[in-house]
Ligand binder design. Structure first.
Ligand code: FES
Ligand SMILES: [Fe+2]
Length: 388
């Protein structure tokens, strides 16, 4: 039985009261999904990829988040620009492919060949004349806000999206010891999960499932094997031995990173602090679309895209120092196999979670003390939904 924290539980993280989960229908109802797209996904900054993907003028990528598709393009001055992928004539999509490079002419609509500059200005229509009242200046591409931070591109469909910092749970300089801007993608893993996007974030926010679902990870990070994320998730934390990683948190003795054997690969980041090395992972979460994890030798960027009420895409980018990827002796397998294992375990358990949510008597779940971060996530979801 779990008791309320006693006098030694100073700083205890856990919930001290029973709390209901979100209503079950919010994980599969199409109407609610549409509301979440509108009020959550289309109002906040969303991770759209690495800046290096759009290195040269004219390089573009499109990103679909729900029913909205953003077109990100590098303009002639090297500025990142964002638009809806929609022609102002009769609304055709401008891009047949998800990525490519616009030629010297600019952005040419494939339907009737209206031409736009890389800044989104309408340069030419294909009509012999323009009727009175038609002004090309009124027909620039619909803007989407974009920004770059440390080599990451973000897009926001709403003009009033909060500052990027508001989407992050950590100060934006939390990972300044990692050379984020210079890192290069060495591997990508993409998977479609048959679950609602919130199911994924809930699973991300607790470790009650770790001993059963992640036996291998629980050996590498022994406190996970106790179903806890960190030291103060235990009401008795102050009475536990302080040095043992099983209680204190962090990597097992002798391990340096998240990999099959715990060994680091290639160049390690020299400015990472002793404490962050001991812990072995530094997380920065930007709801609703991405989390970034810094390890001593690589950075993992995990992006979510909601595809349907019960379908979510997960995309994992592995970033390394350029010299690591340039080294012909380096084998990324040790890292990639480990984290793909963990993420696949999570994806499978999320799908199992989703499958059970439809039971007619199941109005909602219940949060246990260790699930305090899910409670915070639910508070955020509810606050976003109530923002008009
Ligand atoms: S819809 Fe684009 S030119 Fe007609
Ligand atoms: Fe997990």
């Amino acid at each position: 039985m779990i008791s309320a924290p006693g006098p030694n539980a100073l700083g205890y993280n856990g919930l001290t009261e029973r709390r209901d989960g979100l209503p079950a229908h919010t994980y599969y109802d199409p109407g609610h999904f549409a509301l979440e797209l509108q009020r959550i996904w289309h109002r906040n900054w969303l991770y759209a990829g690495r800046s290096a993907e759009l290195a040269r003028p004219g390089d573009y990528r499109t990103f679909e988040f729900g029913d909205q598709r953003a077109l990100l393009v590098r303009d002639a001055d090297g500025e990142l620009r964002g638009f809806h992928d929609t022609c102002r004539h009769r609304g055709a999509a401008l891009c047949r492919e998800a990525r490519g490079r616009f030629g010297a002419a600019g952005i040419v609509c494939p339907y009737h060949a209206w031409v736009y500059s890389l800044r989104g200005d309408l340069l030419r229509t294909s009509s012999k004349s323009h009727g009175s009242g038609f002004d090309p200046a009124d027909h620039s591409l619909y803007p989407v806000r974009v920004m770059e931070w440390n080599g990451f591109m973000f897009a926001a469909f709403a003009a009033d999206a909060p500052p990027l910092q508001a989407n992050f749970d950590q100060p934006l300089d939390r990972m300044d010891a990692w050379p984020l801007r210079d890192l290069v993608v060495g591997h990508v893993f993409t998977k479609t999960m048959f679950c609602n996007w919130k199911v994924f974030w809930e699973n991300y926010n607790e470790c009650l499932h770790c001993p059963g679902v992640h036996p291998r990870l629980s050996q590498l990070v022994p406190i996970f094997g106790r179903a806890l994320l960190e030291q103060k998730d235990d009401p008795d934390w102050s009475r536990q031995p302080d040095e043992d990683p099983k209680y204190r948190g962090g990597l097992r003795q002798g391990a340096a990173t998240w990999s099959m054997d715990g060994a680091a690969t290639g160049s390690v980041f020299p400015r990472v602090s002793e404490e962050d090395r001991r812990i072995g992972h530094v997380y920065m979460t930007s709801l609703p679309s991405v989390f970034i994890v810094g390890h001593v030798d690589y950075v993992r960027v995990v992006r979510l895209r909601p595809l349907a009420p019960e379908m979510t895409e997960i995309n994992v980018e592995y970033l390394f120092a350029p010299q690591t990827l340039a080294d012909p002796h380096v084998d990324l397998h040790n890292i990639v196999e480990f984290t793909n294992l963990v993420m696949t375990e999570d994806a499978q358990i999320c799908e199992l979670n989703q499958r059970g949510l439809h039971a007619a008597p199941h109005a909602h779940g219940v949060l246990m003390p260790e699930e305090y971060m899910i409670a915070q996530f639910h508070d955020w979801v509810l606050a976003e939904l109530s923002r008009c």
